[in-house]
Design a protein around this ligand. Structure first.
Ligand SMILES: [Zn+2]
Ligand SMILES: [Zn+2]
Length: 307
């Protein structure tokens, strides 16, 4: 008998852990540079490209960990049919006949890479876009193999890995899944909240800014629940907290009319995921041409002056 068969839930947890870790490694490099380069001397002396080159091993490791995470998620889907499909051993060698000694699943040889892809395609439903998935997976597998089995390659760019992270997360869940998933992981860091829970929560914008920097406008639009090409506003909640620590000029606009029309009565914030009632009135600040005011607190959501 084969004992300790793995479950889809175990593979899913491992897969999502790896995918977030792969992302977090890159985000932390980018964020460290953004923070340090607020100092004008560092900004002038250390180009961002040099900082990424210095962190080349982190970029390589991120791609390897991403591949690992994608394999786990594929194994999750296969295991939903049966974990036995993951075994590479000849079936005549399986420890399943009554006179054979029991073995644990992890003592047996499991499939990887190309063979896993074949089995995965066999179990996936018709709704899964296998054509684009297979192309992307093969591309990722080849790049990962170059890093692991050879001396690698020179044109590895962190942006391409961020694009892959978002693509694969979307393939297994849906196009905007990454947003809630990253937000909850961002807040689950054990040291999160010890400085100031509300301000730290609003700093999720740094992660959104990093995604924005890595994706084209069109790609970003495909992976957001709102129309990114629409007008952008300040969030009454996030901006309130962020301006306790920063100037309003440095607070990015990640809130959008919902729906994207002049009749909209709400805005939706990508940072905190909140929805807020708005009303239309010309801003009292003469230098501002904003006309969207938060109903409850009376902030102009263009310049954040109180009305
Ligand atoms: Zn917000
Ligand atoms: Zn204003």
């Amino acid at each position: 008998m084969i004992k300790d068969l793995p479950t889809p839930q175990e593979f899913e947890k491992l897969g999502l852990d790896c995918i977030y870790k792969s992302f977090e490694m890159l985000y932390k490099v980018s964020n460290a540079y953004s923070e340090a380069s607020e100092d004008e001397i560092i900004k002038d002396d250390v180009p961002e490209k040099d900082y990424w080159n210095y962190n080349d091993i982190t970029v390589r490791t991120s791609l390897i960990v991403l591949f690992q995470g994608v394999e786990y998620l594929m194994k999750k889907e296969v295991t939903e049919k049966s974990p036995l499909l993951l075994l590479e051993n000849n079936k005549s060698d399986w420890p399943t006949l009554p006179d054979r000694k029991d073995k644990n699943f992890d003592e047996l040889i499991t499939i990887s890479g190309e063979n896993l892809l074949g089995v995965f395609c066999a179990v996936e439903s018709e709704n899964f876009d296998l054509e684009s998935y297979v192309k992307k997976f093969e591309d990722l597998r080849i790049r990962r193999n170059k890093l692991v089995h050879s001396t690698g390659f020179n044109d590895l760019n962190y942006k391409s890995i961020v694009k892959d992270i978002i693509f694969f997360t979307s393939a297994f869940y849906h196009n905007t899944y990454w947003l809630d998933f990253f937000r909850s992981r961002f807040k689950s860091e054990p040291m999160f909240g010890y400085w100031d829970w509300d301000i730290e929560e609003a700093y999720f914008f740094t992660l959104l800014n990093f995604i924005k920097k890595s994706l084209s406008k069109k790609e970003l639009n495909d992976y957001l629940p709102i129309d990114y090409r629409g007008r952008k506003f300040l969030c009454p909640n996030c901006t309130y907290w962020l301006t306790k620590n920063d100037d309003v000029e440095s607070v990015p606009k990640w809130s959008f009319l919902n729906p994207n029309s002049p009749e909209a009565e709400k805005i939706e914030c990508m940072i905190c995921n909140g929805q807020y009632d708005i009303e239309r009135a010309d801003c009292e600040n003469e230098e501002c041409r904003g006309n969207v005011i938060s109903k409850e607190e009376g902030y102009c959501l263009t310049c954040f002056s109180q009305q």
